[in-house]
Design a protein around this ligand. Structure first.
Ligand SMILES: C[S@@+](CC[C@H](N)C(=O)[O-])C[C@H]1O[C@@H](n2cnc3c(N)ncnc32)[C@H](O)[C@@H]1O
Length: 347
């Protein structure tokens, strides 16, 4: 298992204390848990790890509270990092430590907002390790959701989400472009990588008969579920990395996604390939992207064709799944001599 520079920095600075139970929250592949032989937790199912004792939770408070220390690898969103620090500190007993690992390009200023003292160690490369000691007082770890509305014709959707959820504070411009271009139908819709669920909820207001909200981020999914309830939309909610937790025969008429960006396109690749398998004949996939080149080629390879719409500077790549037309296999070519030999061997 590859150990990131950040995790290595922690392991070099951490001296295990006999009998101390430590939890690794969110190291890249669970490498801290593997090195220390301890438990691993994360809210992202896409962070699959090879470590044995792993828990996927939709909030920090869902973890059991018997850890003496937690090491949290900070993530992309500052607001989410602050929220997770509160949640993880709240489950520790007074005097226990929370270690927070920050990549070299992350600043520490936002952590002062917590009003909880910490010490800092910095590596020569700029990685930082903050050590918080749980103080003997209450910690308010409740999420403070952002809220906004989105109009769909005459209807208004009420959307709420905690920190770190995509489109959580306002509708993403790419998602908005996608919602303009999709040719809606009243069939079965999969909102793939649903975030706060806005795409699936719009699909429902546009007449979808069935809506599934799917994401690998359990925190996002919790808000998607709540938003569906809040808006009176009946939707099934599925936690899955890619489409692998769907039942084999699950079929959709529309798959709609604003896929996450990864430089190796690994998630996008699985969305397109697995999406194709779960589409009905004549069902279509709709993806909003910034750089259409890779997507157009990939969708074309899998679906046999692709169309691209330009909406407000965003590219929407779409394709329909066509029934396979099997050409009858051509008669095997044979020579007169070979045909004679075959007739003789049959006689
Ligand atoms: C760009 S956001 C789009 C969110 C929402 N659909 C919207 O348009 O506002 C991409 C979403 O994909 C989810 N995601 C990332 N990797 C995933 C995976 N392997 N499987 C399923 N969902 C994934 C993320 O958690 C995130 O919610």
């Amino acid at each position: 298992m590859e150990i990131t520079r950040l995790s290595k920095f922690f392991l070099e600075n951490y001296t295990p204390v006999f009998g101390e139970t430590i939890l690794d929250y969110g190291s890249r592949q669970g490498e801290i848990a593997a090195s220390l032989d301890c438990a691993f937790a994360d809210h992202r199912l896409s962070n699959e790890t090879a470590v044995g004792d792993k828990r996927y939770v939709s909030r920090g408070q869902d973890l059991q509270t018997n850890y003496d220390a937690i090491v949290f690898t900070a993530q992309f969103s500052t607001a989410l990092n602050l929220q997770l620090v509160r949640e993880l500190l709240s489950i520790l007993a007074p005097g226990c430590r929370l270690y927070v690992l920050l990549e070299r390009n992350y600043t520490i200023t936002p952590f002062d907002e917590l009003m909880i003292p910490y010490t800092m160690t910095e590596s020569a490369g700029g990685e930082k390790l903050l050590t918080f000691t749980r103080w003997d007082g209450p910690i308010d770890a409740a999420e403070k959701p952002a809220r906004y509305t989105h109009n769909v014709g005459e209807r208004v959707l009420y959307l709420a989400a905690g920190p770190g959820v995509f489109s959580g504070e306002k509708l993403d411009a790419g998602t908005e472009a996608l919602l303009h271009v999709v040719k809606w139908n009243n069939g079965r819709v999969l909102d793939l990588g649903c975030g706060n669920g806005v795409v699936g909820l719009v699909a429902s207001l546009k007449g979808a008969e069935q809506v599934m909200l799917l994401d690998s981020d359990l925190r996002a999914l919790r808000w998607a579920e709540e938003n569906a309830l809040r808006n009176g939309v009946k939707a099934s909610v599925v936690a899955s990395s890619g489409l692998k937790n769907l039942t084999q025969g699950a079929e959709f008429d529309l798959i709609i996604s604003n896929p996450p960006y990864h430089s190796d396109y690994s998630v996008a690749k699985s969305f397109i390939e697995e999406g194709y398998r779960h589409l009905s004949i004549d069902g279509s996939i709709w993806l909003v992207v910034k750089n259409a080149e890779w997507y157009r080629n990939k969708v074309k390879t899998v679906f046999g064709g692709a169309r691209v719409y330009d909406q407000d500077g965003y590219m929407i790549v779409t394709a329909e799944k066509r029934a396979l037309r099997f050409k009858p296999a051509p008669e095997p070519k044979t020579t007169r001599k070979h045909a004679k030999r075959m007739a003789r061997s049959k006689a």
